[in-house]
Design a protein around this ligand. Structure first.
Ligand SMILES: [Zn+2]
Ligand SMILES: [Zn+2]
Length: 339
């Protein structure tokens, strides 16, 4: 089959790779739509790994919609079923795995490799999807952008008209804007990239876009929120500076929800940032099959997601689109591996 390969240092190509190995323990899927996720940038820009055979590579991608080719061990999936996936593949034995919360597993394995024509996955990673929703829409409803945004909003008490501050308008931020507008909030976004600023406002529907590097951003947020700052801030950029701003700008007794990944440390001053402010700090990580089915219900009741896609590309054009995406010059990008 053909697949995108990440070769390291911001280089990718499309090349023949081995078909997924026949495995009676796995479900074989044909991939019709695979979406780019911001978390792929780390691997994209990583140093190229060397293997004994020469250049090593990774087939990236973890958001997909496709069809079942061979249900393998599954007794509820059939050939031709439309599916999405969740990629958290836990040990199956620990407390969290036994309670269907694989994403918290301490021996977690991440499945992936969806920027390809086929993939074989454990049955628990495959989620049956409705037959009447297109693959391009399903990859959004069953991907990180809407999945993480849905999970985040379920952890917050939101009300129509409430000012919510979203820091960062990459793919996760775009999902937050979409979900918050669905709930009727007034969404203020900060984003430094020119393309993403415009996309967040004109396409995704944010009410106000601010520059996170402007001197007056804290004051402008205060001016919108009774002079005290937002009750709720959702940090989606994962940028340490923006994460500190989120703690600083949010009002006393407010909530900061972190959704943007950051493995670097933050210099939080507990007394100043948390104790004296009685601030609540929350996290939202990925989504579950149950979340997906709730998202489908929201979609059927009017949640719009298709406008988040700026580029749809055939597999051969994926490297160019990945390059543009990595530079912040796209909205959501969908690859069609069969074209
Ligand atoms: Zn992701
Ligand atoms: Zn486990």
């Amino acid at each position: 089959m053909k697949a995108v390969r990440f070769l390291g240092k911001g280089i990718s190509d499309v090349a023949p790779v081995p078909d997924p190995a026949a495995d009676p323990e796995k479900v074989l899927l044909r991939i019709w739509a695979s979406a780019l996720c911001g978390s792929e940038n780390g691997t994209y820009f990583a140093e190229a790994a060397q293997s004994p055979e020469g250049l090593d590579y990774k087939v990236p991608g973890h958001e997909m919609a496709g069809e079942v080719m061979d249900p393998g061990p599954s007794d509820h999936l059939r050939k031709g079923d439309r599916v999405v996936v969740q990629i958290m593949d836990g040990c199956g034995e620990c407390f969290y795995c036994r309670n269907s919360a694989d994403r918290f597993c301490e021996n977690l394995n991440y499945e992936g490799g969806t920027h390809a024509q086929f993939i074989a996955l454990p049955e628990k990673c495959v989620i049956k999807a409705p037959d009447d929703i297109s693959y391009d829409t399903l990859v959004l409803l069953g991907g990180d952008t809407i999945g993480v945004a849905y999970r985040a909003t379920q952890k917050l008490s939101l009300r129509p008209g409430q000012v919510v501050y979203v820091s960062g308008a990459g793919p996760i931020g775009l999902g937050m804007i979409t979900m918050l507008k669905h709930y009727g909030c007034f969404v203020v976004v900060s984003e430094p990239h020119a393309y993403r600023k415009t996309f967040a406002g004109t396409t995704a529907g944010a009410d106000l876009i601010l520059d996170p590097n402007a001197d007056d951003i804290k004051q402008r947020l205060r001016d919108l929120t009774d002079g005290v700052g937002p009750e709720i801030t959702i940090e989606c950029s994962g940028h340490p500076g923006a994460q500190m701003q989120a703690l600083d700008y949010t009002r006393c007794q407010g909530t900061v929800l972190f959704a943007g990944e950051n493995y670097k440390e933050l210099k939080i001053i507990p007394s100043a940032h948390v104790i004296h402010k009685e601030l609540t700090i929350k996290g939202a990580f990925y989504f579950t099959a149950a979340d997906f089915y709730e998202i489908v219900k929201l979609y059927r009741s009017g949640l719009k997601v298709d406008h988040l896609v700026s580029h749809r590309v055939d597999l051969k054009d994926a490297p160019d689109a990945i390059d543009q995406f990595s530079k912040g010059l796209t909205g959501k990008v969908i690859i069609h591996p069969q074209s």
